[in-house]
Design a protein around this ligand. Sequence first.
Ligand SMILES: O=P(O)(O)O[C@H]1[C@H](O)[C@@H](OP(=O)(O)O)[C@H](OP(=O)(O)O)[C@@H](OP(=O)(O)O)[C@H]1O
Ligand SMILES: Nc1ncnc2c1ncn2[C@@H]1O[C@H](COP(=O)(O)OP(=O)(O)O)[C@@H](O)[C@H]1O
Ligand SMILES: [Mg+2]
Ligand SMILES: [Mg+2]
Length: 345
Amino acid sequence: MRLMDEVEKEEEKVVEEVQDQWCLVVNAGFASPKKFVVVGYALTSKKIKSFMQPKLEGLARNKGILFVAIDQNRPLSEQGPFDIVLHKLSCKEWRQVLEDYRQSHPEVTVLDPPDCIQHLRNRQHMLQAVAEMNFSDSYGKVGVPRQLVIKRDASAVPELVNRAGLNLPLVAKPLVADGSAKSHELSLAYEPYSLQKLEPPFVLQEFVNHGGVLFKVYIVGDAIKVVRRFSLPDVSKWEHSKDAGIYRFPRVSCAAASADDADLDPIVGELPPRPLLEKLATELRWRLGLRLFNLDMIREYGTRDRFYVIDINYFPGYGKMPEYEHIFTDFLLKLGNGKYKKKSG
Ligand SMILES: O=P(O)(O)O[C@H]1[C@H](O)[C@@H](OP(=O)(O)O)[C@H](OP(=O)(O)O)[C@@H](OP(=O)(O)O)[C@H]1O
Ligand SMILES: Nc1ncnc2c1ncn2[C@@H]1O[C@H](COP(=O)(O)OP(=O)(O)O)[C@@H](O)[C@H]1O
Ligand SMILES: [Mg+2]
Ligand SMILES: [Mg+2]
């Protein structure tokens, strides 16, 4: 009797394991087994809150995607098996864990490779790919504002700014963009002497008037979604001569309030042309080696087609992107299914 109990228990366990791995998709009167795409995720608690919303998890489950939290205190190889690993954590140890895992598990898609993400953590390097592209087509030009890196001695700023011929005002941004609150502490300076107060390393970027509206271009694999956000207002020549100080400004563009419904000047609010964004994103995906990122883009005030990329973020706040749950699940499914085809082919 005891033996039978154990056999039954063992059978139950096997059934549970199989049910975990397989879901029955009933389609037009017949049932066919379909494997779940298992996505392991290692994200900060802040990111879990904004990204792992019930509407995402619900839709994912319906589509055959299972999200599983990665336990950072246990070896990654002992967890899963995963088809995809989704991550945004910044410590060095984690990067090493992922690199090792990528080597030992080439069949798993790690979104995205740690060294490519690392490239975005330095504001000097971050925009390099855009600068090198020198993008120009019939829909417009895309560049980056001129910038200068101050590595050590802030007292040399006025001299360096002068030598580089940078136009004022300047935006000072911490060189390291590691997601910390400090890395988002930006300042605007109307003359270079006030910048001597800042602690290097930082980049000094020419401020570009853009009508106070910014375009957030979200990229998820092949999908692109663009939204408007409020940004810093333009600076006039009058203000410029009046204010000699330095202005530390808050995180204007991360506000939940979007500028999509605001009553904007149509010239300012008009989204960048779709074909331009498609081309730009295709090229950047390749140059950056990333599939999950966004661009902060502005249009120079008074122009129709002169754009600047001022910031690139890895795995940004997708939770605020309209329809993100559909876009993301489609992307994961395509990735997961593509891999199965490859395996069986
Ligand atoms: O450029 P803005 O609009 O401010 O977008 C921010 C940045 O992408 C943040 O990443 P980082 O700090 O690395 O630049 C990100 O924080 P986390 O990735 O740390 O969560 C926020 O995500 P959400 O907090 O999920 O919205 C996102 O809203
Ligand atoms: N060169 C620039 N010209 C005009 N506005 C800028 C420029 N750089 C940054 N800003 C403004 O400052 C905000 C924050 O700068 P950003 O480089 O995106 O830093 P963060 O990584 O903290 O988001 C932008 O969203 C935009 O409103
Ligand atoms: Mg930004
Ligand atoms: Mg940023």
